[in-house]
Design a protein around this ligand. Sequence first.
Ligand code: AOF
Ligand code: ZN
Length: 356
Amino acid sequence: MLQNGVNTKNQDDCWMNMAIKLASNGIGLTSPNPCVGAVIVHENQVIGSGFHKKAGLPHAEREAIADGVANGNAPLFADSTLYVTLEPCSTSGKTPPCTDAILKYRFKRVVYGSEDPNPKHRGAAADILEQAGIKVTRGVLEKECDRLIRRFRVNMLEGRPWVIAKSAMSLDGRISRSPERSQWLTNEKSRSFVHTLRAECDAVLTGGNTVRLDNPSLTIRKPDRPVSPLKEQPWRIILTHDASSIPADSICLTDEFRDRTLVVENVFSYLELLKKLYNDKKIGTILLEAGGCLVREFLKAGLVDEWVGFYAPIIIGGGADGVAPGPFLEHEAHLEQPVVNIFGGDVCIRGDICYR
Ligand code: AOF
Ligand code: ZN
């Protein structure tokens, strides 16, 4: 594909990469919507850009258009290409369809990465735009764009939140020193990263035992990167057999965010619980920060989508609980493309779980 002697495929990849970077600013903010980024390019120059910031606010395309308009570039749109990581939406939801905005300014070309897993929009935009004489190119950096919305895809296709299990443990796989004595195993850098991880999620889920033993806050307080001012504190979900066993003076029940705490009694099906949290509270991503028992149960049910394991340079050797004290999976699971980070002496391994 050569146009004026320049390879358009490389250019498309380059601008789509920029849109992907923009979209990632929305991680943790957009539920139940996906993260989407958009860039408007005229003669190899960006004349507008934006990303989806929060459900109910304008979509990425309209953000980029508004940015271009504010900079006086609207007259150039008809000779420009709009790059967007996700297929534009084409029916009204909380916001009007993006295809309308694209038609209004008669863009010359639209390039998108992923198909929208939302059946309301899937596959519809290209026809609408092409019928109006706009050139459409799909599937540019599709794998990368799909990765950006993999949580949203699980939300749409399975009707439940994406679950990230975070565990901190010793080299011998124990998550505490003793059943009665809880103390940090990982260092301050690792713990700061956990706050950043919470900022990626809509809720933190834990067990009643953890609340009784550790009395955690489960809020975002010391992230190792800046967090958007649009980010609300995550919901805190406490699973227990008996709500009255959670001390009334627990931080989660008494601090300024106590109306963001849900105590859930007697869960029979974790899948049903997750579906209810997605449907009722629009929780799209959950961070499971719990003891070994709950983590094992979620893994057994195939409900952990992503693993973030912190390994502290300690060998405890005592009788305390671990993530895996005995057999609990019929078939092994592995991490896809794991990423390793070093926080001081702690090692963090992160990746999506594949159960096959
Ligand atoms: C886009 N660009 O930036 C986003 C899209 O309720 P609404 O109106 O906000 O619509 C939400 C749906 O729109 C969402 O489920 C997804 O299919 C699509 N999100 N689409 O073209 C965006 N956030
Ligand atoms: Zn839209």
